[in-house]
Structure formats: C-alpha cells, structure tokens
Design a protein around this ligand. Sequence first.
Ligand code: ARG
Length: 544
Amino acid sequence: SYSVSSAFDFTPALFPLSTTAGGYTALGAPATPSFDRGGGIENLEKHKTLTYFNGLSLVVGLIIGSGIFSSPSQVNLRVGSPGASLIVWTISGLLAWTGAASYAELGGAIPLNGGAQVYLAKIFGELAGFLFTWTAILVLKPGSAAIIAIILGEYVVRAVIGAEVEEINPWINKAPAFLALFFVTLFNCLSTRFPARIGDGFMIFKFIALFAVTIIGIIAAVTHLSYRGPANTEWRDNGWFDNTSTSISDWAVALYAGLWAFDGWDNTNYVTGEFKNPSRDLPKVLHTAMPAVILCYLLANVSYIFVLPFADMNKSNAVAVQFGSKVFGPIGALLLALVVSLSAFGALNATTFTSGRLVYAAGREGYLPDLFGRIGLSSTNEQQRYTPQKLRTRNSMRKAVERIAGDSDGTLFLTPIPALVLNLLLTTIYIIIGEFRTLITFYGCAGYSFYFLTVLGLIVLRIREPNLERPYKTWIVTPVVFCCVSLFLVSRAVVNEPVQAMVVVAFVVAGIPVYFWRVAGRDGRGGRRGEERSWKFWRRWGRS
Ligand code: ARG
C-alpha cells in the first residue's frame, strides 16, 4: 500500500547509490512519521542493501568531479614545475587514501550511518558531532557546491566563447553557475528518484572524459600531432623541476587544490549502516577506489603536461578546454567543455542530493528549526495527524499530479524542499562572494579541520578502548601520517589566509550557543525529538 512515508524514508532500494546523510535517523529518531506502517519506526539500517560495487561507484562517482579538470592550473601555478606538480598530486592522493583507510576503521568499529557526526559524537561527545553537522550545513556543503558550480560556469562559458579569450568577467562565469544550481535544486525538489537516476548516467561521462584525456595526451605526445602546432616539449627541453617553488605556503595551497580533486572519500561512511557486510566491504571499497583514482589523476596530469605548455595551463581553471583546443582546435575545445560541464553538473547534483538529506536530518534532530525537517510543503507533524481518510484524499490528489508529470512511484514532491531551499540560498551566497581559488582554500581549511579531529579520534579511541571490536584495523602509521599532514595544512591556512581561517573559526564557534540552546539538556527537559536518539545511541555505545 502507498504511504506518505514511503518516499521519504529514503530506502536504499530507491537510492541504491545515494549518499544518505539522512542516516542520522538511524541513530534512533523516527526516520519518518510511521503513520500507516503499523506504528513501526522505519530505520534505514534495517535495509542492508549496499554491496561492494554499489559502494565503489558511490565513492568513485563522487570523487571524480570537477577537480581533475580545473585544479591542475592552481597546482602548477603554485609549485611552478611539472615534476613538483606530479609530486603534489601524489601526496594529495596518498593523503586522501590514509584518510579513507582511517575512516574505514572507524566505519567498521562504529557501523552506523552518519559519518563523522557519529564518530565525533561517540569519541568527543555530542557537541563535537553537532559542530560538524553545523559546519557541514553552513560551510562544507554549500561551499563545495559553489566551487563545483563556478567550475561548471567557467566551462560553459568557455564552450561558448572558446579557450583563447584570457580575461573573462567573473560574473559572466557565475551566471551559468546560478542557473545550473537552480535547475539541480529544482530537480531535487521534484522527485528523489530523478536525481539518483541522472547521477548514474553522469558517472559514465566522468570516466569517458578522464580516459579520453589520457589517451589523447599520450597519442599527441608520441605522434607530435596536434591542431595548434606540435605538442608541448617543455617537459623534455626543460628539467622536470625547473622553477620549482621553495615556499612552504605555495606547496600548502597547491595541496589544497589537489586534495579538492580527491575529496569525497568520506562519502561511503555516511551509509555504512546500509552495507550488507560493512566490515568486509567498506575497507575493500576504499582500498580499490583510492588507488584507482590516484592512478587516473596522475595519468591525466601527465597527459596535460605532455600537451600544454606550463604558462598556458596557468591562465584559467579550464585546463581541459585548453587541452582540447590544443589537440583538436575549436571542436575539441567545445567537446571537452561540454563533457566537463556535464561531469560538474553530475557532481553538483550528487552533492545537492546529500545536502538536502543532511539539512533534513538536522531539522528532524532538532538541530535546526523544524521547518527544515519537513518533506514537501507540509509539516511532518501535520503528516502525523493525518487520518486514513485524509491520507486517501491526499494520495489521490498526488497520484493525479504524478500522472501528469509521468512520475509514478509516488515520490513526486516528497522531497526535503525547505532543506534544499536553504542549501540553495547558502550556496548562492558562496557563489556571489567566492571565487574558485579562494573557496578551495576556505573549503580545505574547514574540511580538513574536521577530518583531522575525526582521525585524531581514531587514535584516541585506540588508546581509550583498546578492546572495542574493530573488524578492520588500519596500520597505526596511517592515521598518524594523516593527522600530521592535515594539521600542517590547517596551520598553514591560518598563517597564509588568516581572514579565511578566522571566518571558518567564527562559523564553528557560532554553533556552540546554538548547541546549548537547541540540543544540550533536551533529554532532561524531555523536550525535543533527539531524546530517543540519544537514549538509543548511548545504550548501544555507552558514554565513555
Ligand atoms: N572531488 C570532487 C571534485 O573533484 C569534489 C568533491 C566535493 N566534496 C563533497 N563532499 N561534495 O569535484
């Protein structure tokens, strides 16, 4: 039988490859108003459907996005030589891999949905978990969506005006960025199925684009054939390390750009609870995905170096377009611009989908005003008050709309619309004030502070609870290396970009009073929704 809740309990059957930040509900808060399900509380973790391959395409699909087509210019600009830039790509890849290995251990030891929020809450207390969610909603999610949208805009504009124009008014780039964001949000508001479906399709584009870049670059280098004169020979004529920068800050900023392209490795951790066999599959997924992506990225970079002179590569963020233009002329530029725009659109879609669920879950938890925990345009409380009669009327009205829209599985408009709108507004602000190169440092600084804290938590947990069952145990050097490098990165950001770092700190600190206002002590007051969550959570994991 059809139920209002059926669409927004976000069963993985509907979203086999989705990132379910909505898994917060797995901590015990009713995932849905369980009106016509016999009062049973729907729990995402009951649906253990994800397999090894689902996990793999989930994480690879999210990691390969805009970064590999745009970050190379930023890396090169900072470190100055092809050899050094390959080193930066290797270091960022390995760093992301050590982070992923550490998260695999945490995911095995604490096999719940929710990712860093759950680990931080278990290890450092609920405030830490809350501040992560708070920062993710205000900074990480909209910030990363803005970066992807800006790259998308830049590529769309390049597709229209070509690769040769050097100075483009940033507002011209931002116009398609707003438009893409608007449409992605609209799709996500319409139905939860649709974005999942188009997400899968876009993933294939990403692989094609990367594969094509590698093959074309190698052919161009070997045959010396290309549209605009012979392929680049700088790499042969000059040394690989000529002009290498010796400034630590340059290397740190270059690393942020590289890490951006590898970012997204924590995404399977949001759905750990939904894996059929998390202790076996989560580490396996991460240990296949990371080396595969590292290899792809290194090959693509070698290919860029073979084709494009260094000075050209630094001119814009649209490295892939310059690459296409150099090899095949205007048609190549257009083709690559389109493929990369589509890839970025896919990434934007995926990240918007997750953001919606993240904000929604926070609303359900009482972390944010109830408005954001609403599905569709009516409140959850209202849905709970429906009598079977009202529900039937409502459902038949909805079915009529679905027939018109051709969406017949009952998911039309049953989406976290207020949450998606909040995300739209925040992302718009970041697109307006931000610019690719500044946003990337900002995002890296905020993101890596929490990655650092979470992986530090792994070490703390090893000391504090040595006997906790850990189906997968990473080599202890892995989290230590990750902590040291990410601490270095965050501290460099504080030195180089004190204003940006201060803004990040201000955002995080602003969450503390909100925590005490909305979350702390609510169990005692018997007030908010999180009550049950806390009880279940601590019964299962103990307060240590
Ligand atoms: N690595 C992706 C890219 O190259 C960005 C991932 C953004 N991170 C995220 N959690 N949404 O575009």
